[in-house]
Design a binder for this molecule. Structure first.
Ligand code: COA
Length: 538
């Protein structure tokens, strides 16, 4: 394979300015991640200690193999929402190794409002279940939760993608033969009781773990009976009398050990085979990406410079290099795994869309995972391009992306606007994982463009009515709020708080995260290599 020859001047002023700006964003990201992991009230910490419980981090440390990678999912979910303290939407989730096996782990944090489940907590749980199902992973669920966060119960309970879907998915996952191991480390009340009940293996901790459909206060109110939590749904009751739980644990650490033992004896699973070769570091330092990404999202740059800092040996076999040059397609290895890359180098035209369609179809048939590096303002607009059939060519690309069955991964490295988001495998196109870089922005269109559209619409309306156009003051009053909300809601930190992605990445870590994600994806068989796509509009 040819080595990409970088043209970046790492001593230039532009590089240095870009580097400094990205460094600041990455520092902010790291601080936000630290807060999400560690910031808990002293009151909650004290209560956790009094109860003899481990913290979530201590539980994870005992559950996972030491010094092995941990691919965290949505650590900044619900950032800035609710009272600003519901870090990670109230839980930690990720994929880690237990006895060398990739396992999805999801843990309620009892130090955040008693581990209660907020609306975005439901969304995060559903996302983790989707990841487990798509990648065929066993799950370990560490339950320690007061159940629904009652003040927001109407947003958690009734709809199709609300709380009930969690238990529905658990039944489907069990049927799919995806083992679910539940450790009861705190309360599992009401609906929450179904988390262990629907699991395949239940480990229950003495004194602190309890499972019941109605807790002691409800029992008292309903029947007048005085009963302690331990007596109503403790480990002894459920391991000895009811049979709801399978393993009696003395404490949290013992429970983590039992979970590890259960994973050790799960039947082994053959991973899907894709072309591999021994991994090698890129020729260029991935951290140089900091200096390559321009300060402004609208400044173009060559996506090959990014690919050169992601692929092994910076080697890249480019496909149709001279055709449709605004989309770079080609193959490279990431940590030893072969992948097909699609990276934007400008607006999508008909020829770049056709090239993408052909490339996706090739990779799909050859069983090669796809990596989308998204930096796209959309498909080309205008009379010439409409006549040239940009819509039907864009459709072919969107169709191919939607129907490709190989694992797909998306990193939004800059702009993600309009139908370009669809063609480049946005969230709705089911990439196995989707991440943002801290500089990324997402929306139907940029704020300026959206504001201009609305001003034009208004002026056209006034002209139809024979009235004069908007004054500058009125134009400003239309434009300002649109630009403001597009900036706020298009920001990577806003996106990640809403769970539109699986997390924000330090660009320098992109290669490592992609390597882990490809490895995880291979737990599921490669399907549909000869199934093709839908009907193409010619
Ligand atoms: N909805 C909203 N807030 C809740 C809650 C719920 N279901 N359960 C607990 N909280 C809040 C508490 O009000 C408290 O808030 P504060 O820190 O602002 O004072 C915080 O969570 C911690 O609760 P606390 O009782 O002080 O902590 P704990 O560790 O002693 O006990 C629970 C935690 C979850 C065991 C206990 O609060 C409890 O039993 N909650 C009710 C569970 C229930 O019946 N849920 C039914 C819903 S399906």
């Amino acid at each position: 394979m040819e080595v990409i020859e970088s043209r970046i001047d790492t001593s230039g002023d532009e590089y240095k300015a870009n580097y400094a700006a990205m460094e600041e964003m990455v520092t902010t990201l790291k601080e936000e991640l630290r807060k999400a992991r560690d910031d808990r009230s002293e009151k909650a910490r004290k209560r956790n200690r009094e109860l003899g419980k481990l913290t979530v981090q201590e539980r994870l440390d005992r559950l996972l193999d030491r010094n092995t990678p941990w691919l965290e999912i949505a650590p900044l979910a619900a950032r800035g929402m609710y009272d600003g303290q519901v870090h990670g939407a109230g839980s930690r989730a990720g994929i880690g190794l237990i006895h060398g096996r990739e396992v999805l782990v999801h843990a309620n944090d009892p130090m955040i409002k008693g581990g209660t489940v907020y609306p975005l907590g439901v969304k995060k749980t559903l996302r983790t279940q989707t990841i487990a199902m798509e990648n065929r992973l066993p799950s370990v669920i560490l339950v320690d939760s007061g159940g629904a966060y009652l003040p927001l119960q109407s947003e958690i309970f009734p709809d199709a993608d609300d709380g009930g879907r969690i238990f529905y998915n658990q039944a489907i996952m069990s049927k799919m033969n995806l083992p679910q191991i539940c450790a009861v480390l705190g309360l599992c009340t009401a609906g929450g009781a179904y988390i262990p009940a629907m699991s395949d293996h239940v480990v229950h901790v003495k004194n602190t773990g309890a499972i019941f459909l109605g807790g002691p206060p409800l029992v008292k109110a309903a029947t007048g009976e005085d009963v302690s939590a331990e007596d109503l749904g403790g480990a002894l009751v459920h391991c000895r009398d009811s049979g709801v739980s399978d393993y009696f644990a003395e404490d949290d650490a013992h429970a983590m050990q039992i979970c590890r033992d259960i994973v050790e004896f799960l039947p082994s699973q053959e991973k899907a085979k894709i072309p591999t070769r021994p991994p090698r570091e890129p020729l260029y330092d991935p951290k140089e990406i900091w200096g390559i990404v321009p300060l402004s999202i609208s400044t173009p740059y060559d996506i090959r410079e990014i690919i050169a800092r992601i692929v092994d040996g910076s080697e890249f076999h480019e496909f149709k290099a001279l055709f449709g040059p605004t989309l770079v397609c080609g193959w490279g290895y990431v940590h030893g795994y072969l992948a097909g890359f699609l990276g934007n180098n400008g607006v999508l035209f008909s020829n770049s869309s056709l090239k993408a369609t052909q490339f996706i179809s090739l990779c799909d048939r050859q069983g090669i995972p796809l990596i989308f590096l998204q930096n796209i303002s959309g498909y080309m607009v205008g009379r010439e391009y409409e006549r040239g059939g940009i819509t039907k060519d864009g459709h072919k690309m969107v169709n191919a992306v939607a129907t490709a069955t190989v694992p797909k991964f998306t990193v939004i490295v800059g702009a993600s606007f309009g139908a370009g988001n669809y063609g480049m495998c946005g969230r709705a196109y089911s990439p196995r994982f989707l991440w943002m870089w801290p500089n990324a922005q997402i929306g139907v269109m940029g704020g300026e463009q959206a504001a201009d559209v609305l001003v034009t619409v208004k002026n056209d309306q006034l002209a139809r009515e024979g009235k004069p156009p908007l004054s500058q003051e009125m134009v400003d009053s239309i434009r300002r709020p649109i630009i403001h909300s597009a900036l706020r809601e298009g920001d990577a930190f806003y996106s990640t708080s809403q769970l539109w992605d699986d997390g924000i990445l330090d660009p320098a870590k992109t290669r490592d995260v992609l390597g882990l994600a490809i490895s995880v994806s291979l737990n599921a068989p490669l399907e549909g290599r000869v199934q093709g796509h839908g009907t193409f509009r010619m």
